[in-house]
Design a protein around this ligand. Structure first.
Ligand SMILES: [Zn+2]
Length: 428
């Protein structure tokens, strides 16, 4: 027996984001396409029609009706950059930072990424799994139906594989679509820092042992490197990512976050799927990303949380013909938020995007940053039935309400992902 189709009706607006099944660049990002009077038909895991409501009701009298109760229906959001597998938060660092203590000094006092590495290495799998599960559920409650999750607090072959296994377990037990990324090149671990040759030894460990083992395990779709002055150099990043690509992994980079170091240019040279952060990207870097077709993933929550006044030049990136995506960068040190709509708010207020651009940056272009734009991010026939129903009625309200949860329900592949306000939908 086949399941009866789902028919989503009575939405104030359906924000389709419909258009080419690829990253949207430049002016293509202007219109998220909000339509009234249309319904959405879902067959199994796929959207099969988006058209006039009366017509669909007449054609599909036996469909299970989902009453959107004059809410706003959007594609489920795609959070394409998170570090969601960690143990404890690092709240003690916030006061230090506010008092003007530098990142280096915080690290010297035992804080920073190394604190999360120490913590993860001493935490049991079940504990890390339980924490991550609640955190990903919080992301789902904020309207996210697809999430990228990076490793990178293990920094040893064993602890990185352990992290990737936890991500696999989450993807098997949560309804969200989870895309795993190997970030063994997040930092040089402390045990390699105590001698001159340590850096070189860790890069060789990454290239010769960790990347082949990760590729063989099939636990990651992408490899990522923190390419930044003081972390991994451009030459080291090139070596690591070239090995990753040869092993069959997709490529992403943390690039030009705090200082311009050639990260964006390297991302373009390697035709990376995305270059992320980019608060310090140069004009040359912008041009390179545009001609390479690498998605520029911007993380305004991080700069806000760190108290930085400088944000990525989103308008210049769009004007140069780049595809801009927005993501939370959810992590314990520099962006402890799961509030995806807040990132849209910051996209408008800090990055000067329009509401439509911010929404496309969180849907179609987020999907493109994960290589999923052919199937994810649009309410259009043939796309995965990843939908989000909001207790809002106008598309401009999504980035307008500042914090707080207004996601009533969401679906991934046509199945419930998150249900908050059952009264709003007819799923009760
Ligand atoms: Zn990051």
């Amino acid at each position: 027996m086949t399941e009866s189709p789902l028919l989503f009706v009575n939405a104030a607006q359906v924000v389709t984001c419909a258009g080419p099944a690829r990253a949207r660049v430049g002016k293509e990002m202007a219109d998220a396409v909000a339509q009234a009077g249309v319904a959405v038909l879902v067959n199994g895991s796929t959207i099969s029609a988006v058209t006039d409501e009366a017509e669909l009701r007449a054609a599909w009298p036996d469909a299970t009706v989902v009453d959107c109760a004059q809410g706003l229906l959007t594609p489920g959001f795609v959070d394409s950059h998170t570090h969601a597998i960690f143990g404890r938060g690092r709240f003690e660092e916030q006061e230090m930072r506010a008092a003007g203590i530098s990142y280096l000094e915080i690290a010297r006092r035992g804080g920073g990424i190394h604190a999360s590495v120490r913590d993860l290495r001493s935490s049991a799998d079940d504990h890390l799994y339980a924490l991550a599960r609640e955190r990903l559920r919080a992301l789902a409650a904020a309207g996210v139906t697809t999430v990228e999750v990076k490793s990178g607090y293990g920094l040893s072959l064993e602890d990185e594989l352990r992290t990737l296994h936890i991500i696999r377990r989450l993807s098997e037990t949560l309804p969200m679509r989870i895309v795993p990324t190997f970030l063994g090149a997040h930092e040089i671990p402390l045990e390699y820092r105590d001698r001159e040759s340590g850096r070189r030894e860790y890069v060789e460990l990454l290239v010769q042992e960790m990347i082949p083992a990760v590729a063989q395990s099939q636990l990651a779709r992408f490899a990522d490197v923190f390419c930044e002055p003081g972390v991994f150099t451009v030459a080291e990043s090139r070596e690591i990512l070239t090995a990753a690509r040869q092993a069959g992994l997709g490529i992403k980079l943390h690039a030009d976050e705090l200082a311009a170091g050639g990260g964006a240019e390297l991302a373009a040279e390697l035709r990376a799927t995305s270059a992320d952060h980019l608060a310090a990207v140069t004009d040359e870097g912008i041009r390179a990303l545009s001609s390479a077709g690498t998605v520029a993933t911007l993380l305004p929550g991080t700069m806000l949380f760190l108290g930085k006044t400088k944000q990525a030049p989103a308008r210049a990136l769009i004007d140069a013909g780049c595809a801009v995506a927005l993501a939370t960068d959810f992590n314990p040190g520099t962006s402890p938020t799961t509030d995806f709509p807040l990132i849209l708010t910051l996209g408008v207020s800090q990055l000067h995007l329009t509401a439509g651009e911010a929404i496309l940056a969180g849907t179609v272009n987020g999907a493109a940053a994960l290589g999923l734009a052919a199937r994810v991010g649009q309410i259009a026939p043939g796309f995965s039935a990843d939908l989000c129903l909001w207790n809002l009625s106008d598309v401009r309200e999504l980035p307008y309400w500042y914090g707080g949860q207004r996601c009533a329900a969401s679906w991934t592949r046509g199945k419930p992902c998150h249900v908050h306000d059952l009264a709003l939908s007819s799923l009760r």
